[in-house]
Design a protein around this ligand. Structure first.
Ligand SMILES: *Cc1c(COP(=O)(O)O)cnc(C)c1O
Length: 221
């Protein structure tokens, strides 16, 4: 089932788009199956789950952190992940830079954008993103690779499109400002119900859970 789902998604999207399998609530066996079917990036929301999954599965995939990063978990996150997609505060970035330096690692990161300016959600407000990027560029132990957004929860997914558009426009504006930063190349947006819309608005990375693994039990995140 997982293999078929991935094949179907893969066939319907451009080759250059990276699929990140959003693995919350999934067992190591399910994650292994996704990797076997060709998924090369696994997205984890919780450090603890990521620890046990990575222990079981190892380096057969790239591990992306896609949850909210608490400062007291930064040290673990630095050792566990190959990319952190959700940087939205300067103090967390500072802590990350420090921990990376200790183990001589350069961490690829994305900045989470609160593209619909929802007060209860994490992410940097769109009008603050340019300034935030400028500050992050000063850190030596992280590689600033682009933007990530969740967008709002809307049952009519077409209504999410404007927020994907805003995020891509910000990405392009910043790309023009830093032509020397060859790592600035990712826009992570779109989930199970919205990935096609996100890709048509310029997503280079989509984070897909249920459309790969089937419905989740209980709460959404
Ligand atoms: C769960 C999750 C996804 C994937 O959601 P689906 O609706 O299962 O595709 C994507 N991004 C983040 C941050 C998530 O937590």
């Amino acid at each position: 089932m997982i293999g078929e789902n991935i094949e179907k998604i893969r066939k319907s999207i451009p080759e250059a788009v990276t699929i990140v399998a959003a693995a919350k609530q999934r067992s190591p066996d399910e994650i292994r199956e996704a990797i076997k079917a060709g998924v090369c990036c696994i997205g984890e929301n919780y450090i603890q789950q990521a620890c046990s999954a990575r222990e079981a599965i190892g380096d057969k995939a790239q591990w992306h952190f896609i949850g909210h990063l608490q400062k007291n978990k930064v040290k673990l996150a630095v050792s566990l992940f190959d990319m952190i997609e959700t940087i939205d505060s300067l103090s967390t970035a500072q802590a990350l830079d420090r921990e990376c330096q200790k183990i001589n690692k350069k961490m690829p990161i994305l900045i989470e954008v609160n593209s619909a300016c929802e007060p209860q959600k994490s992410g940097v407000m769109p009008e603050e993103v340019e300034h935030f990027v400028a500050e992050l560029m000063n850190f030596k132990n992280m590689s600033v690779c682009g933007l990530m957004t969740m967008g709002p929860w809307l049952s009519d997914v077409e209504k999410i499109r404007p927020f994907f558009k805003i995020t891509k426009e910000l990405f392009d504006t910043i790309a023009l400002k830093y032509p020397g930063n060859k790592q600035w190349k990712h826009v992570s947006m779109g989930m199970s119900t919205s990935y096609k819309i996100a890709i048509s608005e310029g997503a280079t990375m989509v984070r897909i859970g249920e459309a790969i693994f089937g419905p989740r039990k209980g709460q959404k995140v």
